[in-house]
Write a protein that binds this ligand. Structure first.
Ligand SMILES: [Zn+2]
Ligand SMILES: [Zn+2]
Length: 271
């Protein structure tokens, strides 16, 4: 959890988008004329909208979420820029760090208090990143990078030379090391990041020991871990962690059908 999430989420995404484009102009990937044309276009559009503004009649084919407002239980309606509760002032921005949320994703976020990791976010520097989103105790969305401090802005080189690699990064095959509150790909930190693989040392209250991370990286799967606690139900559950498509995800224990029958038979046979 980190402060950046809130800042990013409440800042109008427009400014971020313009900053990103200005960055591209500097790099010669976007021309000043294109930029000015977009601004003129957008200004015309905004003035047009402001003239005809009425929150109930903004044109668009916007629906209603199936999830109820987490604060008041009211109905949440999609509007031009937000998902807005009709019963109180609770709302969620539709576009967060350059990524637009689908209504179904917001349903999941509200119902489960978290969603993701989702891909396709873009930092102010134009770098794409993946992150989970969580609702905090106030039901405000925050990025969750599985670490206490977001080091997006921290470009200090990290010295892993005193550490043994835990295994190969499932995304880029570089080495994975213990780093603060996470296990990270060596290419996901420092000034020359080109990977974003990292996995928290505590996932849903289940501590992930280095030995388990080694198993995950080398065998693709941890032992069955039994101390996960669901954010939604607050119940404990067991799962394996598996590395799939460069991400760490859960694999649930396969329930054995009628576990008692064979045991009974065996007991009878022995008796
Ligand atoms: Zn509400
Ligand atoms: Zn990597």
């Amino acid at each position: 959890m980190n402060g950046l999430g809130i800042k990013e989420l409440t800042q109008p995404e427009l400014t971020g988008d313009w900053e990103w484009k200005l960055g591209r102009i500097e790099k010669g990937e976007f021309t000043r004329d294109e930029f000015m044309r977009e601004i003129a276009e957008m200004t015309r559009h905004m003035v047009e909208r402001a003239k005809t503004f009425d929150s109930d009649t903004i044109p668009g084919d916007f629906g209603v979420l199936t999830a109820a407002c987490p604060r008041c239980g009211g109905m949440i309606r999609e509007t031009y820029k937000k998902f807005q509760c009709g019963g109180c002032d609770y709302s969620l921005w539709k576009i967060v760090a350059g990524r637009q949320f689908e209504p179904a994703e917001v349903d999941t976020l509200i119902n489960e208090k978290q969603i993701g990791p989702l891909t396709g976010f873009r930092s102010k520097m134009g770098r794409t990143f993946a992150a989970a989103i969580k609702l905090n105790d106030n039901f405000e969305p925050e990025f969750d990078f599985g670490q206490d401090k977001n080091d997006e802005a921290n470009n200090e080189p990290v010295d892993f030379s005193s550490q043994q690699s835990l295994g190969k990064c499932p995304k880029c095959a570089a080495n994975v090391f213990d780093h603060g509150t996470s296990y990270v790909c060596e290419k996901s930190v420092g000034p020359d990041k080109n990977c974003d693989f990292r996995s928290g040392k505590i996932i849903l209250q289940q501590p992930i020991e280095a030995a388990q991370m080694q198993k995950l990286l080398n065998d693709g799967k941890t032992d069955l871990l039994k101390e996960f606690v669901s954010n939604r139900t607050r119940r404990k559950f067991s799962a394996y962690l598996v590395a799939k498509e460069g991400k760490v995800s859960f694999e649930f224990e396969k329930k054995v059908a009628k576990p008692k029958a064979p045991a009974k038979k065996k007991a009878e046979a022995e008796a």
